[in-house]
Design a protein. Structure first.
Length: 351
């Protein structure tokens, strides 16, 4: 068996073509054909030697979770492996590719996998979101929300890899499995398969992302479903509605004083910006050196004291603020840290 250590220029040129092809499918907001979706799911059950399930359609993952908890009120981690068929279905359709004549080097495999991975945004709400929606569910049941769904975005990712290996690199892959995998990705939204029933959730009406393909929207939902269920997200971090429905320019620094979730505090700080935080929370001046000021904000904001270096441009008056380590004792020491150890005295012009 020969070892392939480099793709040909023609093969490399096809990577973005396959990424774009499956990214378009992964981002589709076209409503599913329910008859076709049911047919595809039944075929997947047949493939793993299971009887046809009862097919239940819903318009959002939230509606689907309500159905699941109604039908399986005692669902938990202990019995999940016997109820949910996610792993079995996904394992069947994503079996290893094989090539008897050639083998790709680990480096090339890694390169292809990285470049062909479209994205895998988290479409599942965080635990604090689910807790608001399901206040009577035990905490461990709430945590199941993410595992219960087989979403078409992750399937599209896998399709992108398989398509390239089979079509471009001539790897062997079971025709039946490949057809099943493509069909689930193309014709279904989210799936939550169980022994006797399968929930099929429609695709969302709207999906919004930032330039790094992370779920993101400002003052509006990042994901919206036809039944009105929405999820808010800021650069990939799921937000409670109380923050998400408000544009970051209108976020208030005082929210930091009562927000207990560290990740949400980080997002609030990122969205509000240190300049506004300094102004609204009345940061304490610790030291001044030329146009630099070392500031401190109380520990209640971020779990520990926040130390900031405020820099004021002498010609324009523009203010820029950077966070610095809490062991800074002077503005000059802070500017030394910001400039990677270069003493500001050595600068001909302060900027």
């Amino acid at each position: 068996m020969s070892l392939i250590e480099k793709l040909t220029p023609e093969q490399e040129a096809l990577i973005p073509v396959y990424r774009e092809k499956w990214q378009k499918i992964a981002l589709s907001t076209e409503q599913i054909d329910r008859e076709k979706a049911a047919e595809v799911v039944k075929a997947a059950y047949t493939a793993i030697n299971k009887q046809d399930p009862e097919i239940i359609f819903c318009e959002s993952p939230y509606a689907g979770l309500k159905i699941i908890y109604q039908k399986l009120p005692n669902l938990s981690f202990d019995n999940l492996e016997f109820l949910s068929l996610n792993d079995k279905i996904y394992g069947y359709i994503t079996a290893n590719l094989t090539n008897k004549d050639r083998e790709l080097s680990h480096q090339i495999n890694t390169q292809i996998f990285r470049q062909l991975t479209i994205f895998e945004p988290s479409f599942a709400p965080q635990e604090y979101i689910l807790k608001d929606k399901f206040p009577n569910q035990p905490k461990f049941n709430i945590y199941l929300g993410d595992r219960l769904w087989l979403n078409f975005q992750s399937l599209a990712n896998r399709c992108c890899h398989v398509d390239f290996y089979v079509t471009v690199l001539n790897y062997y892959y079971s025709k039946k499995r490949w057809e099943t995998l493509q069909s689930l990705s193309r014709f279904c939204g989210w799936l939550s398969p169980f022994e006797k029933f399968c929930i099929i959730c429609d695709r969302p009406l709207h999906l919004r992302f930032d330039n790094e393909n992370r779920l993101h929207a400002e003052g509006e939902p990042a994901i919206e479903f036809t039944d009105g269920y929405s999820l808010y997200s800021y650069h990939g971090v799921t937000l409670p509605e109380k923050y998400g429905k408000i544009h970051p320019q209108q976020w208030q620094a005082e929210w930091l004083l009562s927000e207990e979730n560290a990740e949400l505090r980080r997002v609030l700080i990122q969205g509000i910006g240190y300049v506004r935080i300094c102004q609204e929370l009345q940061a304490i001046e610790l030291d001044i050196w030329q146009e630099y000021t070392l500031l401190k904000i109380d520990a209640d904001v971020d779990g520990e004291a926040i130390y900031l270096l405020k820099m004021t441009c002498p010609s324009t008056g523009f203010i820029h603020v950077l966070r610095v380590p809490p062991n800074m004792n002077s503005a000059r020491e802070a500017i030394l840290w910001v400039n990677w150890g270069v003493d500001p005295e050595t600068f001909g012009v302060q900027t």
